[in-house]
Design a protein around this ligand. Structure first.
Ligand SMILES: Cc1cc2nc3c(=O)[nH]c(=O)nc-3n(C[C@H](O)[C@H](O)[C@H](O)COP(=O)(O)O)c2cc1C
Length: 299
């Protein structure tokens, strides 16, 4: 049985990816999270300048999932490259960087800095507001501009991370692929909000934040299904609510070639090993010899 999977120009030794923002810079979490079971681990998004993030409260439980409104606190690409770059080679999996910015040139600057720091690929976090306050990932044209700038700034493989809030996720996926993205990540968090009835205040200082965890799975799965149907040649990383090996199989069957794990790391930092065990048991029971046999099996 082989767990290898292919994502456009990249071959991974495992279909599991550690999702951005849930494993720190990867380097700092490598003592806690067992990265050897992941094909790749994505560092927290980095911006051109330092971002201080939003005030507390920035995270809150909500039903079976979690709300967060961190505001992408990060030290900026220059400090990130100095602090993290020299340590990337010691991580026992591929480290991918994640770029975020308020304008397309900012994305390109971060991507170039991530490449200089030694990451193996760049994920473009398009689920962040542009200069007009709208998420890049809601607008196919604006999302494509950001991806085109990154494509011009680095020869590394690039993935574009999209939002389940997009009205037409297929149109956005098509636009970023034409602009040079090697794969799409479906998806980032969905917008959500909650009220703490004891304090009569919103659960997050920014009121609206990203909702993640188990309840996100059917929403992200719908995006994977639609993009896989409409754009069969475009590789997909499924992301949202993964907790078990069966969840991974479901995303693969819907059309993803790799599957990212996020929120599950907060309760169980070593959950990747259990998830890969579940995937291997399913493959053995069903006599599946390769990940490719599962990719799009339900399509
Ligand atoms: C606390 C927190 C911080 C996050 N930060 C980032 C980030 O910096 N960049 C990014 O692309 N996604 C970020 N995400 C989104 C996750 O990478 C993932 O796409 C999302 O949480 C859905 O997957 P999950 O349900 O497995 O958590 C963050 C998620 C959480 C919960």
């Amino acid at each position: 049985m082989s767990l290898d999977t292919v994502l456009g120009p990249v071959r991974l030794g495992s279909p599991l990816v550690a999702a951005s923002g849930t494993v720190g810079s990867v380097v700092d979490f490598s003592r806690v999270v067992d990265f050897s079971v992941y094909g790749a681990a994505v560092a927290k998004s980095v911006s051109p300048e330092p971002w201080s993030g939003r005030p507390a409260p920035r995270m809150a439980p909500a039903g079976e999932g979690m709300l967060n409104g961190i505001g992408i606190q990060n030290p900026g690409i220059k400090a990130w490259g100095r602090q993290i770059g020299p340590l990337i080679a010691d991580v026992p999996t591929r480290v991918w960087g994640s770029a975020v910015a308020h304008d397309p040139l900012g994305f390109a600057e971060v991507a170039a800095g991530l490449a200089d720091a030694g990451v193996a690929a760049v994920e473009i976090n398009l689920s962040c507001p542009n200069l007009t306050g709208k998420l890049f990932a809601l607008d196919a044209e604006v999302a494509a501009l950001a991806v085109a700038e990154v494509r011009g700034a680095t020869e590394l493989p690039i993935g574009a991370k999209l939002s389940p809030n997009a009205v037409d996720v297929v149109a956005v996926a098509n636009a970023v692929a034409e602009a040079g993205a090697d794969w799409v990540v479906l998806t980032n968090t969905v917008w959500g909000a909650g009220i703490d009835i004891a304090t009569r205040q919103p659960k997050l200082s920014g009121v609206v934040g990203g909702y993640s965890g188990a309840p996100l799975k059917p929403i992200a799965m719908r995006c994977v299904w639609e993009v896989a149907q409409a754009l069969p040649g475009l590789p997909i990383v499924g992301c949202g609510g993964v907790q078990t090996g069966s969840d991974v199989v479901e995303y693969l069957m819907a059309g993803a070639s790799a599957v990212a794990i996020g929120t599950a790391h907060f309760a169980k930092p070593r959950i990747g090993r259990r998830i890969i065990g579940g995937l291997e048991r399913f493959m053995a029971k069903e006599d599946v010899g390769s990940i490719a046999e599962l990719v799009g099996a339900a399509q």
